[in-house]
Design a protein around this ligand. Structure first.
Ligand SMILES: Cc1cc2nc3c(=O)[nH]c(=O)nc-3n(C[C@H](O)[C@H](O)[C@H](O)COP(=O)(O)OP(=O)(O)OC[C@H]3O[C@@H](n4cnc5c(N)ncnc54)[C@H](O)[C@@H]3O)c2cc1C
Length: 337
């Protein structure tokens, strides 16, 4: 176990926010974590982080910041010749996993290439991109109860997965540390071209049946063109979730804003938060060192030296304007700490 008191979190969050934790603890195995919870936690406040790519430290953290150092990858027996089962440590970088899977001919995750963060967080957040979501490949999640130090395995159905959400983010928020995730992947590659903009990109490149490697490479290139690199400009990807409204509310909105983009789904009508923010006049605007990215209004950026409070204040102004203009309350995807 690796443990440091009075720890600077600057390089542990992609916003590049300086904040201090009373203590930082990284465990290398689930046994180490169980021992830590049973003998050292002593009821102190605790938050588990991954790469900090969906977090905003609004102040110093008076407690323990916990991190997984479990980076194992293990192929498990599968009951089908068509699929492969892989048990992965929660501390492995998600994109390292995707790369390894593509190299091994284990398919399904290609569209999720280059999503920042670690495997444990991917199972907590139910990451999604370009028509794919982590939940479609997760078989089970192994966790440690952070109060009792007991082990538990949660099958996919028990995780209550939804859009960028799971039981680990909702009813169990803060209760469990994810130590391992078991994924079920396909041996045969079937390109997922359900996301229209990605399909259009392949058409442009004259590739109607891309290989897995071409799929991964194209997703990486598209992402790199669209999103700011956190190593250059601090950010946490999409700051807000896309709101979903009921059909009646949407009909009223559409008559007031006939060009409002929208996608119908089983729970209502999804409206792109980026469009709402842009229409509210925030795209490319900044307040001090906190700004709205000029190429994608859903991304808030640290232009250098912003504090967590600066970013939070900017986000609150955006929420207020969107509410005033459209009557919609934007919800942050980013976790405030
Ligand atoms: C440039 C950029 C692009 C992005 N693009 C996308 C995208 O396309 N799709 C998408 O879905 N997301 C995207 N994101 C958001 C981010 O990549 C995901 O939310 C990711 O899963 C966060 O991983 P992390 O390891 O950084 O977790 P953190 O941000 O550190 O933590 C996120 C949450 O997970 C919890 N957590 C982390 N690890 C564990 C664990 N082992 N056990 C229990 N809880 C844990 C934390 O407590 C917190 O609630 C993007 C972010 C950036 C910066």
């Amino acid at each position: 176990m690796f443990s440091i008191f009075h720890y600077n979190l600057l390089h542990r969050n992609t916003f590049g926010i300086e904040a201090w934790a009373d203590r930082f603890v990284e465990y290398a195995s689930e046994d180490e974590l169980v021992r830590f919870v049973k003998t050292e936690r002593n009821g102190q406040p605790l938050v588990h982080i991954g790469s900090g790519s969906n977090l905003l430290f609004c102040s110093d953290y008076n407690g323990i910041v916990l991190h997984s150092g479990i980076c194992s990858v293990e192929e498990l027996p599968s009951d089908s010749n068509d699929t492969v089962r892989v048990r992965v440590g929660s501390g492995l970088l998600w994109d390292d996993l995707v790369s390894l899977c593509v190299d091994n001919g284990w398919h399904g995750l290609e569209n999720l290439s280059l999503v920042p963060g670690e495997v444990g967080a991917a199972a907590v957040q139910n990451i999604g991109a370009y028509g794919a979501e982590a939940k479609d490949f997760i078989e089970k999640v192994e966790v440690v109860d952070m109060q009792k130090g007991t082990l538990k395995t949660v099958a996919n159905a028990g995780c209550c997965y939804a859009y960028r959400s799971s039981a680990f983010k909702k009813q169990w928020a803060g209760r469990y540390a994810v130590t391992h995730v078991t994924l079920r992947l396909n041996r045969r590659f079937e390109p997922n071209l359900t996301y229209a903009a990605l399909a259009a990109e392949f058409e442009l490149r004259g590739l109607s049946q891309p290989t897995a490697k071409q799929m991964r490479q194209t997703v990486i290139e598209v992402r790199q063109n669209k999103l700011p690199d956190p190593k250059v400009t601090g950010n946490a990807g999409s700051f807000f979730m896309n709101p979903v409204v009921d059909h009646e509310t949407f009909a009223a909105l559409l008559s007031a804003f006939p060009d409002m983009p929208h996608y119908k789904n089983e729970s209502g009508v999804k409206i792109p938060a980026a469009w709402l923010i842009e229409r509210a006049g925030w795209k490319g605007r900044s307040r001090g060192a906190a700004g709205v990215y000029d190429k994608q209004a859903l991304v808030l950026v640290n232009m250098g030296g912003a504090s967590g409070r600066d970013i939070a204040a900017l986000s609150q102004s955006i929420v207020a304007d969107v509410k005033r203009i459209f009557g919609i309350t934007l919800k942050p995807e980013v976790m405030f700490i």
